[in-house]
Every structure is written in C-alpha cells, then in structure tokens.
Ligand binder design. Structure first.
Ligand SMILES: Nc1ncnc2c1ncn2[C@@H]1O[C@H](COP(=O)(O)OP(=O)(O)OP(=O)(O)O)[C@@H](O)[C@H]1O
Ligand SMILES: Nc1ncnc2c1ncn2[C@@H]1O[C@H](COP(=O)(O)OP(=O)(O)OP(=O)(O)O)[C@@H](O)[C@H]1O
Lengths: 220, 220
C-alpha cells in the first residue's frame, strides 16, 4: 500500500481520495475549505485544512515524505500551478495534476507534473461512446471504432449457451468476441462455448461499435 | 447514424459533441457563448448560439425533432434543471443530464433525465485505479479489485511469445489473462500462445490490480 497526498477536495479530488483509500492505500487529503475537510475526516487516513500554496505548511504536514501527489484543484489554475511547482521543489516523485485546458496542461507538465488529467474531456468522450449502446455500463476504447463494452446480458440469451447464442470461440478479429462474463462477484475469463448465460450476467464484449449494437441493440 | 442535440459547450459538452460527430452522427451544438459556438462551427453538423432555457427558441431550432439530448451545462444547476424540464416537455425520448452533486442528479432524474452523468467523480475513480499501474493507459473496472488494464507491452517481453513470457491460455480466473493485443490499427483478440510481442504493442490484461502490477510493474 502506498501513501498519497490529494490536494483539492472538489468532486474529482474527493472521489480520487476515497477510492485510493478503499483500494488500501494511505491517503492524506488537504483543502482550504473546512467543510470539505470535515466530509473526509474518518473517511481517509488523514484530512487537513490547509493552504497548499504555502511551502512551510506543506513541510510541516510532512508532504515531502509522500511519493505520490494528486493536485485536484480545478478552477483556480494559478493555485494548481503553484502547488505543482512546490511539490516538484519538495521532490515528490509522482505528481498528477488536473488540467482545465490544453495550455494549462502543457504548463503543468513543464513545471513538473508527471501526468495531467482532463476529467471533463474524458467524460464527454466516454458518454459519446456509451450513448448508443443501450445497457452498456462502460466502454473502453481501443481504437476509434473498436472497443470493449461492458453490457447486461440480453434477455434473449439467458438460459442459452454462448455457442447457441451465436458466439463462437474463433479468434476472429472482425467479429464480436465475449472476453469475459461477470457473474455476481466472479469473473469468468474467455468463457467456454458451452457456458450458459444466467440472468444478471454482465458481458464484456470486444468488437466494433456497430457489431456490438447488433448483438445487444435489439434487447428488451 | 443518429441525431443528437448537445446543450452547453464546456469541455465536457464540447468533447461529447465532437466525439459523437466523429462517430458518424448528426450533432447540433447549442450554447449562449458565441466563442464556444464559433469553436464548433464546421466541426459538428450545426452550432447555434441560443439560450436553451427559452422554449420558443428550442422549438424554432427544431430541437423537438431530436431523439437524443445531452444537457452538458455544468455550474448553473438551475439552468440545467430548466433545460431538462423543457426537453422533457418537448418529449425528447433520451435525455442525458450532467449532474454536479447527488442531490442535483436525483432532481434531474425526477424531472425527466433518462440518465445522469458525473464526469468529475468518474474521473477521480479512474485516476485512483490508474495511478499505480505504470504504463496503464486505461482501466475498466469489473469488480472493486478486478479489472481490465490497457498497458504498453513491457520491454522485457518484446520479441518473445506469450507462452515464453509466462502467459498461458488457460481459462484461469485467478490468473492474469491477455485478452487482446492492439497492434497499430489492428486488434488481435484472444491471441494465440505462440503470438510474439512486438515493440509498441498495447496489451489488454484482465486480472486483479496486484497481479497486473506484478506483470508490468517491473518494466523499464
Ligand atoms: N491553495 C489551496 N489549498 C488547498 N485547497 C485548495 C486551494 N485552492 C483551491 N483549493 C480547493 O480545491 C478544491 C477544488 O477546486 P475547485 O472547487 O476550483 O474545483 P472544481 O472544478 O469545482 O472541482 P470539481 O470539479 O472536482 O468538483 C476546492 O475545494 C478548493 O477549496
Ligand atoms: N441557458 C443556457 N443555454 C445555453 N447554454 C448555456 C446555458 N447556460 C449555460 N450554458 C453553457 O453551458 C456551458 C457549460 O457550462 P459551465 O461553464 O457552467 O460548465 P463547466 O462546469 O465549466 O463546464 P466543463 O466542466 O464541461 O468545462 C457554458 O459554455 C455555458 O455558456
């Protein structure tokens, strides 16, 4: 388990801090706003009200001992840049900074961010892919038209085997392939042709958007 | 190809509109801000400067003819609610509205949003999963500890077959399985054990976080 400091507890920073903690890591969460600090008190390892643009404060909090830092400050691009510079000065090895624009992102990288993230932009792209795949719970893009969709099993297949449902095991890179079946807490990778679908199965399907739609698009 | 109206051209709405257009759909993009409308002119089917809280304007634009609408207005929760209500009145079948909080999301659903999205929150969760998988370009969560990671092929495997690199074809749901290899514009699904890795291959690996880390964590 690692130690991460998350600075800026908006929705992005809060969710990152909570998820990291749930994944078993130690998380220090910092924000100027007392209510946000209170919301995470007892929810992550340590929540602190502080101004992250103050170098003395960062040192007093022992931030220089962390290997990982996330600068999740959003709107205040100046503050996010300053905090990133300070973290670089403290020689934090991995600094991930949230960017509000391409220019802001480029600036952050130049002054020391190891990586920049664009949650709003990524969210827009994900939604565009998910929108027309009814029942698609998630989409992982591989190429601009080929991806992996996580979908609820169409009712028409329940009780039938993969083979009878039309899914062969051929390594056909132009067809649709069921890479895995998620069944309650289990994940069945590369399921056998004779595996029968059960109600509530979640399928991981690899294929082009139009083919996946054809598989699941006529459900319900 | 479908017809979608996207209202609100912040980073989220702009990326959703552009991606939908690139996926081959017809997209009408609406915003109050002329610069944002200009930025999308010629980039999507039709970009219009308008106040989406005005019902007469929506009708004049023919928004009632669309089957899909995305309300991508961010900060102004009141406007996003009003626009969602109006779209519902116009009987748009599928309305996806961006939410700023759980309460805002619940409100949107009650007044007619078919689906709500939380890009900042989702971005925080994604980052938390990607952070410690170096070289992981993307992560699709299946269960809280098991997912599909999209990673650059570790240098040590280049030139070796899957089998020689330690990846067997067994349907072992507790082991790591290489579900696909992305090679330039091609995707090789369920690669054969004798397939050799090439420089720049991108691997789709299914497994628990700790096992995936063990596979790729000692690269470079
Ligand atoms: N100097 C600072 N030190 C500590 N925290 C800061 C500092 N500046 C801003 N913050 C905090 O960063 C948090 C997130 O920033 P902001 O509210 O601008 O982003 P946001 O874009 O609304 O966030 P999100 O989209 O993630 O909800 C705020 O809670 C704010 O108090
Ligand atoms: N009534 C309205 N009609 C049309 N557009 C609107 C209306 N109200 C707000 N908008 C537009 O919605 C867009 C996005 O809203 P806003 O800037 O509040 O979101 P944001 O959270 O900063 O966006 P993002 O995070 O996606 O960059 C803005 O470009 C704004 O002009």
């Amino acid at each position: 388990s690692r130690q991460i400091v998350v600075i800026g507890l908006g929705r992005f920073g809060t969710r990152a801090a909570m998820t990291l903690y749930q994944l078993g890591h130690d998380v220090m969460a910092i924000d100027l706003d007392d209510r946000k600090v209170q919301a995470l008190t007892g929810v992550v390892t340590h929540a602190v009200k502080a101004d992250a643009t103050d170098e003395v404060t960062l040192k007093e909090l022992g931030v220089d001992n962390f290997q990982y830092a996330i600068v999740a400050i959003g709107r205040n691009t100046e503050a996010s840049i300053m905090v990133t510079v300070l973290l670089r000065d403290l020689e934090i090895p991995v600094i991930v900074s949230r960017a509000q624009s391409e220019l802001h992102g480029e600036t952050l990288k130049r002054i020391g961010a190891s990586k920049t993230v664009f949650p709003e932009k990524d969210g827009g792209a994900s939604l565009a892919h998910d929108l027309f795949l009814p029942g698609v719970e998630q989409y992982l893009e591989l190429t601009s038209s080929f991806g992996i969709s996580r979908v609820q099993v169409p009712i028409k297949y329940v009780g039938h085997s993969l083979k009878d449902s039309g899914f062969s095991n051929a390594r056909d890179k132009y067809g649709v392939v069921i890479l895995a079946i998620q069944r309650r807490d289990d994940v069945i990778l590369n399921p056998d042709e004779d595996e029968k679908f059960i109600n509530d199965d979640i399928l991981l399907i690899a294929g082009t958007d139009d083919r996946v739609v054809r598989v699941i698009g006529t459900q319900s």
